[in-house]
Design a protein around this ligand. Structure first.
Ligand code: ZN
Length: 288
């Protein structure tokens, strides 16, 4: 039996099951102070019987370098109480099992990659558009970490002609992608979500343009074959299709991957992150 945690800023999704994609029990708890939330999660796993490994797909930033003393920690998050939280170490100790650890978006990318691999896909990025914007990347089956992990939400897109004056909401960069196209950025500009504004509102084209620039960047810079778009904002009816169409315009028929480049909604829907966390558990057994 594998255990999995999708650790988010507002909720923790917990699950157990015999294999990735087969969840036999699931439980959701709110994210409060780390000592409360981690203890609550550990109690739930202890009630499920013995698991052989745990995978954690965490909000970030996190330390992913296995050689670093603070591997498995959430690092300098502004979320009160969570900075320097040794989340992987806590569960390794309390549950006594091997722990696999990665970002929530790398885990989601892993799960979507596994779902797409049967169709020959060898490179996939997962972008989440919600309270923030984050991205994970899997190339030839391995999640990309680089010096830490990608922070694709913080690239600077070219400004849309009809959106020249909004300063953006990112506390670090102002008008980076997250500052311009996240849920809070939409509310800050128009006072409502895209769904509430309706499909005819110019906000849809503006947000689609920004996210499409990120998709084109992924196609052009790392030759990703697919970009999967998840997160709350991406559930807006028609938005992923709009992003796909705008990405094709921006790519202008030039890229060598041609029509193989695709922008899609998650095949696994809401389960991408937790399924990826189970894959991290499985990998932790292999590498123990
Ligand atoms: Zn930023």
């Amino acid at each position: 039996m594998l255990g999995a945690i999708e650790a988010g800023g507002t909720k923790f999704v917990l699950a157990v099951g015999p294999a990735p994609g087969t969840i036999t029990a699931r439980h959701v708890i709110p994210t409060r102070d780390p000592d409360i939330t981690l203890a609550e999660a550990a109690d739930w796993f202890l009630d499920q019987g013995q698991i052989s490994a745990l995978g954690i797909a965490s909000f970030g930033p996190v330390e992913l370098d296995p050689a670093a003393p603070c591997w498995g920690h959430i690092t300098n998050t502004p979320k009160p109480g969570w900075a320097d939280c040794d989340i992987a170490g806590f569960f390794a100790k309390v549950l006594g099992v091997a722990v696999g650890f990665d970002t929530d978006v790398n885990a989601a990318a892993l799960a979507e990659y596994a779902a797409a691999e049967g169709e020959g896909c060898r490179s996939l990025a997962y972008l989440t558009i919600g309270t923030g914007i984050g991205g994970g990347l899997v190339l030839d089956g391995a999640p990309v970490h680089g010096i830490a992990h990608p922070e694709m939400g913080h690239i600077y897109p070219r400004r849309h002609p009809a959106d020249q004056n909004f300063a953006g909401v990112c506390p670090h960069h102002g008008d980076c992608l997250e500052g311009l196209a996240s849920g809070p950025a939409i509310i800050a500009r128009w006072g409502a979500s895209l769904s509430e504004l309706g499909p005819g509102h110019e906000a849809h084209a503006i947000i689609a343009d920004y996210v499409a620039q990120a998709c084109h960047m992924l196609f052009a810079s790392v030759a990703a074959e697919r970009v999967v778009i998840g997160g709350g904002v991406a559930k807006t009816e028609g938005l992923v299709e709009r992003i796909a169409a705008r990405t094709a315009e921006l790519s202008a028929g030039y890229l060598p991957g041609g029509p193989r480049h695709k922008v899609l909604a998650p095949q696994l829907g809401e389960n991408a992150g937790i399924t990826g966390a189970m894959m991290l558990a499985e990998a932790a057994i292999r590498t123990r």
